[in-house]
Structures are given as structure tokens and as C-alpha cells.
Design a protein around this ligand. Structure first.
Ligand SMILES: [Fe+2]
Length: 484
């Protein structure tokens, strides 16, 4: 039930009109609601001639009935009644227009608020699926959906699916929903009810060229009201704005992938120059990332660290294979030549404009905390964290790998060497992180996988050995302590 008083904001003209019709034209006037019930009456009843008029409004809001003493009086009043009615209808239309405009502005402002909130959350997030997860979560909160799913394309066009509280069985139900069986429907946003009574809002994800590249589904529980046309429109607008972002993120992700693969290929080419360093850069990258994880570095830094580690020996491309693979002792001239490889790395990387921490990590891995390293002779805080991490990862791999002049060392021996050089060559915390990583992640995990070829003196006593070594490294130096 609804009447004009539910829709007219300013009723002054309506009241004046009714007063005019009753007081000046002597009409009995009643206002009815959509069910024909009288909501207002004015003037004395008892006339013989009656005529009804309907208010002009998009929905039924009732109308007006005028009664005059006789037909002639009613006909004489008709132009006045029509004038009043036209003015009231015109006011209704103006107010409706104003209401729609303000509602649209409110909706626009809430959409802008929503987008800026999402933008703030996804800035700096480089993982594509994490971005989808944030977007799905934010839209679900905005439209009060408790389950959601995005099915779209990821890097290299592979399929990506991000779920929010939705099981595989429920996902199958969505895909088999009757309303999506008509090909025409899957190109349009749809609201429909599932067999279990839940309300489903479906939206296709479109590329810039109009092609459909995925779908979004949102679900609301059966005991709540179904999704509305406004919510469908809201998500449609958001999808329109966000889709190009999806494309950009995907492209960025693919470029990142391409870049990392190029770096890996370069590293593999360098490792291949010397049969004894085969797989060295790959293992150093794994060890470095494992240490970085142990030090709780954020994901962006871990990915930079991985790139730096892959690139750490890039400059060896400028060193002759006969020097790199020389079985015997190097002459001082040859050793000087090898010491120049971080300088070559720097020269190769500088024009690419990489992040500073990547370049520093790659070129500082032979620097020592005591300042006797190369090529710059940096000391203490002058050496970056990436440089310190890659230094430990590099030496750990070098010691545990076979060399032309010796066998691969057991892990225990390699760790003892690293620990005996903390504060001189290596950062204490980085060595501790490696000890902790070996303790936590052996066997199994990524570290376990890369360390599958490592040799151990006594694997069954490894934890006790690591505990003792950790105690040694964490004990403040006295000047007389040594590893037995
Ligand atoms: Fe190196």
C-alpha cells in the first residue's frame, strides 16, 4: 500500500490545491491510496456528481476524487481540477527525478569509495591470485555475499580459480545451474535462485576487446533476501573498471615470469661454463630464499633476493673457462681475474635499471664483514642484507659441491666452516637463519628438495649437531671460543 504522501517530499502545493478545490470551488475532495482507501478528505460530502483522477507516477500511488453538488458544477470545475492535478503530477515527476539523481550520486560515491579501498589494498601486491582474492573479498563484503568464486585467466593464459568459502561440489552446482545453460545468458549478468534456495549473482569478466575471459559468482544464503538489480548493477560497474586491471596484472605477472625465466636461463648458461658449478646458481637461489624466509622477509623482497641470487655470478661470463675450471692452484694473476667477476656483473646489470637491492646483492657476495673481501673491500654495515645472505648461500653451496681439487664436503663440515667465520666473513644472523632452516626443513619442502644431494656425516645426529652449532653462534664471542 502506498499513497502520494509516501512519495511527495514537499506537500505544500498539494494541500493548497485541495484547499482551493474545496473552499473556492465547493468540492468535496478525497485522496486515496493505492488500495482505494481514503487517506485525506476535505470539504463537505453530500454532492451528486463524482469524478476520480489518478496521480501520474511510475507505480500505483492512488489518486483524487472530487464530488460536486451536480454534474454542471463538476464540469465547470474541471479546468481547475485538471490544472491542480497537472501541477501535482509535475511536482511528483520533478521530485522523482531529483531522487533518482541523488541516489545515483550516492551510488557513484559508494562505488568510488569501494574502488579506492580496493586500489589501496592491491597496491604493492604482486601475486595475481592474491589480488583476485582481495577483490573477491571486497566485493563480497560490499554486496553481503558469503560465498564467491572467480574463474579467469592467469599468466600465460592458464586458468586461475579463486574461491571464497566455496567447495568444489558447490562450484559444480554453479556451473550446472539451469540459468547458465542458455548461451545468451552467460554473456550477461544474471541473478537467479539455485535449487538449494541460495541467491546467485553471476557476472562475465570481459577483456578490453569484449571477449569473455572468465566469470564471477556470488552467493547469498537461502534465508536472506535475494540479490537485487541494484547489486547486479553495482558489481557490473565494478567489473567494468576492474577487468582492465585484471588484464594488466596478468600481463605484469607474465612479464615477471618471463624476466625470471630469462635470468634463470642466463644463470644456467654461466653455470654450464664450468662442469663443477653445474646448478650452482639454482641452488644458491634456493638457499638464499630459504634464508630470507627464515628471516621473515616480505614476499617482494624474497622475489628480489631470488633474482639477485640467480644473477650473482653473471660476471663469470667474462672469465675464461680455462681459469674457471682449472684443477690446480690459481696464479695470483688468475685469482685477480676471477675476483673481477662481481665488477663485470655490475657492468652488465647497471644499464637494466634493476632495483638497487638486487644489484647490491648480486655484486657484494664476496665482500666480508671484516673488510678483506672483494671487489670493493666493503665492511660491516656497508654490505647489504642481500649481499650477506647470498655470501652464506654461495659458500655453503661451494663447500657442499664437488670441486676439481676436492670432493663435496659433508653438510656438518660446511656449517662448521661458516660458523667459525661469523662476524669475520659472514653475518651471524644469516648463518643462524641457515642453521634454523636446515633444522626446520630437512627433509621434505623446497629446501629438502634442493638439498637432496647433500652429504651428511651422521644424519641421525643432525639435530643435536645443529643445536650445538646454534648455541656456539648465539654465544657472544669471547675471543677464545672455537668449534671442535
Ligand atoms: Fe661469485
Amino acid at each position: 500500500m502506498s499513497s502520494i504522501f509516501d512519495h511527495l517530499f514537499d506537500t505544500e502545493f498539494l494541500n493548497l490545491s485541495l484547499q482551493y478545490l474545496s473552499d473556492v470551488l465547493n468540492l468535496a475532495v478525497t485522496v486515496q491510496d493505492s488500495h482505494g482507501q481514503t487517506v485525506l478528505s476535505q470539504g463537505l460530502p453530500g454532492g451528486q456528481a463524482t469524478r476520480s483522477y489518478t496521480f501520474n507516477y511510475p507505480q500505483n500511488i492512488g489518486g483524487l476524487t472530487c464530488t460536486a453538488a451536480d454534474q454542471a458544477a463538476l464540469t465547470a470545475s474541471e479546468p481547475h481540477i485538471s490544472y491542480c492535478l497537472a501541477a501535482i503530477n509535475s511536482q511528483l515527476a520533478r521530485e522523482e527525478e531529483l531522487r533518482e539523481t541523488s541516489e545515483e550520486m550516492l551510488a557513484l560515491s559508494s562505488q568510488l569509495n569501494f574502488l579506492s579501498k580496493v586500489a589501496r589494498k592491491i597496491i604493492g601486491v604482486e601475486d595475481l591470485e592474491e589480488c583476485y582474492q582481495i577483490i573477491l573479498q571486497e566485493i563480497s563484503t560490499a554486496i553481503n555475499a558469503d560465498q564467491a568464486l572467480i574463474h579467469t585467466r592467469g599468466r600465460w593464459d592458464d586458468e586461475v580459480e579463486v574461491r571464497l568459502n566455496i567447495t568444489l561440489a558447490e562450484e559444480r552446482q554453479l556451473q550446472e545451474c539451469d540459468c547458465l545453460r542458455k548461451p545468451r545468458n552467460i554473456e550477461q549478468p544474471i541473478i537467479c535462485s539455485l535449487a538449494n534456495g541460495k541467491s546467485m549473482l553471476y557476472l562475465p569478466i570481459r577483456e578490453k576487446d569484449g571477449r569473455i575471459s572468465g566469470q564471477m559468482f556470488f552467493l547469498r544464503p537461502a534465508d536472506q533476501r535475494p540479490f537485487t538489480a541494484y547489486e547486479k548493477k553495482f558489481v557490473g560497474i565494478i567489473e567494468n573498471i576492474i577487468s582492465p586491471t585484471f588484464e594488466t596484472l596478468r600481463l605484469y605477472d607474465s612479464l615477471q615470469d618471463l624476466y625470471l625465466n630469462t635470468v634463470k636461463a642466463l644463470a644456467a648458461a654461466i653455470d654450464a661454463k664450468d662442469e663443477y658449478t653445474h646448478g650452482h646458481s639454482f641452488r644458491v637461489a634456493k638457499y638464499a630464499v630459504t634464508i630470507g624466509q627464515q628471516l621473515a622477509l616480505p614476499s617482494k623482497e624474497l622475489s628480489d633476493l631470488e633474482i639477485a641470487a640467480y644473477m650473482h655470478d653473471l660476471g663469470k661470463i667474462g672469465i675464461s673457462e680455462s681459469i674457471l675450471g682449472k684443477p690446480g692452484k690459481l696464479t695470483s694473476e688468475e685469482f685477480y681475474h676471477i675476483q673481477q667477476h662481481p665488477v663485470f656483473t655490475d657492468k652488465i646489470l647497471q644499464p637494466i635499471h634493476l632495483a638497487n637491492n638486487i644489484i647490491q646483492g648480486a655484486i657484494q657476495h664476496h665482500e666480508r664483514l671484516d673488510g678483506t673481501g672483494y671487489p670493493m673491500g666493503l665492511s660491516g654495515p656497508e654490505i647489504s642484507l642481500f649481499g650477506r645472505i647470498i655470501a652464506v648461500a654461495d659458500v655453503f653451496d661451494a663447500l657442499t659441491s664437488k670441486r676439481p681439487y676436492r670432493d663435496a664436503m659433508p653438510v656438518e663440515t660446511a656449517l662448521k666452516i661458516l660458523c667459525s667465520d661469523v662476524d669475520k666473513q659472514f653475518d651471524r644472523n644469516v648463518v643462524l637463519a641457515l642453521l634454523q632452516a636446515i633444522q626446520d626443513k630437512m627433509p621434505g619442502s623446497e629446501f629438502g628438495e634442493v638439498s637432496a644431494t647433500l652429504k651428511f656425516d651422521a644424519l641421525q645426529n643432525l639435530n643435536q649437531f645443529l643445536k650445538e652449532l646454534t648455541e656456539f653462534v648465539t654465544t657472544p664471542p669471547t675471543g677464545s671460543s672455537s668449534i671442535t
